[in-house]
Design a protein around this ligand. Structure first.
Ligand SMILES: [Mg+2]
Length: 172
């Protein structure tokens, strides 16, 4: 069986980085609360809410993102039972490609380049997809697992996992 695993907000934490940058440049508090069902840019002052686009397109943005807790251990364990693929819609941000490759080889050295799919739309032939964005589940015929992130907290019509411990509980 094949599993597709998303990167941002599933393996890597861009929200933490956005908050740090907004804090550095616009004094947004580091403990900024992101209200359930909203994106980060909806929780910062309106006059700087577009800044995230600059940040995310900067070379290096994706290089030093924190790893989501438990992700390394969980992917390693899943790999003993499944064919694991990292599937990221990296084409949206062309400067992210090299950063994402470097980030993966630093934190997930056991994932080979053959298991990495950088794409536009996630049209993939896999059995299970772990992702925080339901747009990626559209037309997906397998079993979607919605990985919890602030923006998707109000969505109720998908099987949800709150963390990597729950993923392992369901899939091992
Ligand atoms: Mg994501």
């Amino acid at each position: 069986m094949r599993i597709a695993i998303d990167m941002d907000e599933v393996l890597a934490d861009p929200i933490h980085k956005f908050i740090q940058l907004y804090n550095r440049d616009h004094q947004v508090p580091l403990d900024l609360l992101i209200h359930p069902g909203t994106e980060i840019f909806q929780n910062v002052p309106a006059e700087v809410s577009d800044k995230w686009k600059e940040y995310i397109n900067e070379k290096g943005f994706f290089r030093d993102l924190p790893v989501i807790e438990g992700a390394v251990d969980a992917v390693q364990k899943l790999q003993q039972h499944y064919e694991v693929y990292i599937v990221s819609a990296a084409m949206e941000f062309k400067n992210s490609l090299e950063d994402k490759m470097d980030w993966l080889s630093q934190h997930f050295p056991f994932i080979s380049w053959k298991q990495i799919v950088f794409c536009g739309e996630k049209i993939v032939d896999v059995d299970i997809m772990i992702d925080d964005r339901i747009k990626n589940f559209k037309d997906f015929k397998g079993r979607p697992l919605l990985f919890t992130s602030p923006h998707n907290l109000l969505i109720t019509d998908y099987e949800r996992v709150d963390n990597w411990q729950q993923v392992l509980k369901k899939l091992l």
